[in-house]
Write a protein that binds this ligand. Structure first.
Ligand SMILES: *[C@@H]1O[C@H](CO)[C@@H](O)[C@H](O)[C@H]1NC(C)=O
Ligand SMILES: *[C@@H]1O[C@H](CO)[C@@H](O)[C@H](O)[C@H]1NC(C)=O
Ligand SMILES: *[C@@H]1O[C@H](CO)[C@@H](O)[C@H](O)[C@H]1NC(C)=O
Ligand SMILES: *[C@@H]1O[C@H](CO)[C@@H](O)[C@H](O)[C@H]1NC(C)=O
Ligand SMILES: *[C@@H]1O[C@H](CO)[C@@H](O)[C@H](O)[C@H]1NC(C)=O
Length: 330
């Protein structure tokens, strides 16, 4: 017996393809929420089962969502004790024209923490939650699997770093962090992945100090300048060279690492005065309006547009590959 005419089925799916090619999957044409922001309460509260627990998230679906074209996907992780809505108000992706190309997911941490620091709930596997949620979202929305990204603030940013260092992170093309709480990445050898990484950190961060002199509330922390150099070495080898650009107003320096075809594969904004904040030029995000930190005084950079530019440059085809991690540059 011959099987079903697979060749014809393939041709039909190609004929229905999106404005540009991407690997199609079951979420295309399938069920999804209408355009707009969807949540039921301040926990986000759409749910997926993961690790024997019901886990929650909220979702931002772009205006004019077309279930037959492949969208990028951003997972945006909130800070410790925060909620998915608060992180949405921090990054405010929905206010940027570029976000019309993304479905944005705001996962909710279990008891408002993310895996990594000592204050997180023991046994909660947020890496598995991320993988389970990604599978769930891809079966409900038309997602280009080459354009999946992670961003976050503080504990959420530290989790983005943990994700970058894990096999679960192999499904993600780039990683963006603000004021990252880097409790799980305290040495060069703590992580053996090569990734496109963006981070911003203030010299006046009173929660996760740039140059810590003692342990933080979740454990030992690295020096942020050393940590960014570790990413340079992971991506570009032991002779990685930083390029430093000084902002004209001396508000921040930008450190980048580039090698081979990977231009600015590591990018770091070091702010002279910023506290523990998602930088916001308008001064109207969650940190500026509600946090106890001094976030309103330093409206010098619109970080969300930097993040969207960074994500726009990377996909799984052009991002660093993770074969033979310790010897690839030889
Ligand atoms: C989620 O929503 C349901 C239905 O509205 C509600 O019963 C439940 O308590 C909510 N759970 C959380 C964690 O907010
Ligand atoms: C889920 O619960 C079952 C039954 O208690 C247990 O055997 C299993 O190991 C649990 N799985 C996870 C991922 O915790
Ligand atoms: C988020 O922002 C909206 C308005 O954009 C506001 O109504 C809401 O109270 C804010 N919530 C939080 C938790 O910041
Ligand atoms: C930025 O670089 C300049 C020149 O090297 C230096 O004087 C300044 O302290 C740096 N600022 C920060 C925030 O690192
Ligand atoms: C740094 O933060 C502390 C505590 O919020 C504040 O008192 C101080 O004025 C800040 N310094 C600068 C230079 O912003």
């Amino acid at each position: 017996m011959f099987g079903p005419p697979l060749g014809i089925a393939t041709l039909i799916s190609v004929a229905l393809a999106s404005p540009y090619p991407f690997p199609r999957h079951t979420g295309c044409g399938g069920k999804h929420h209408e355009p707009g922001y969807h949540f039921r309460d301040r926990h986000g509260n759409f749910s997926v089962e993961s690790g024997n627990l019901t886990r929650y998230y909220s979702v931002q679906v772009p205006e004019h969502y077309n279930p037959h074209r492949g969208y990028g996907l951003i997972f945006d992780y909130h800070g410790n004790t925060d909620t998915s809505l608060e992180q949405r108000n921090n990054s405010q992706y929905q206010n940027y024209p570029a976000s019309s190309d993304y479905v944005i997911i705001y996962p909710q941490g279990y008891e408002r923490h993310w895996q990594g620091p000592s204050y997180a709930v023991p046994g909660i596997n947020d890496l598995q939650f991320t993988t389970d949620l990604l599978t769930h979202i891809k079966s409900n929305y038309c997602i280009d699997p080459n354009r999946v990204y992670a961003s976050g603030k503080s504990n959420g940013a530290g989790f983005v770093d943990l994700l970058a260092c894990s096999d679960n992170g192999d499904a993600f093309a780039a990683f963006a962090m603000a004021s990252a709480a880097l409790y799980t990445d305290t040495s060069l050898s703590a992580c053996s992945k090569r990734r496109a990484v963006l981070e911003s950190h203030g010299d006046n961060d009173t929660t996760i100090p740039y140059h810590p002199t003692e342990a933080g509330s979740g454990g030992v922390l690295p020096d942020v300048g050393q940590w960014i150099h570790w990413w340079g070495e992971r991506d570009c080898g032991p002779n990685a060279q930083a390029a430093v650009a000084v902002d004209e107003a001396d508000a921040y320096n930008i450190t980048t690492y580039s090698c081979h075809q990977y231009r600015d594969v590591v990018k770091h904004y070091h702010f002279a005065k910023l506290d523990h904040c998602w930088p916001d030029a308008q001064g109207d995000n969650y940190d500026a309006l509600y946090s106890s930190h001094n976030c309103i005084a330093t409206q010098v950079l619109d970080y969300t547009s930097v993040v969207l530019d960074f994500f726009g440059r990377w996909n799984l085809e052009n991002a660093p590959r993770n074969v033979a991690p310790s010897t690839w540059w030889v």
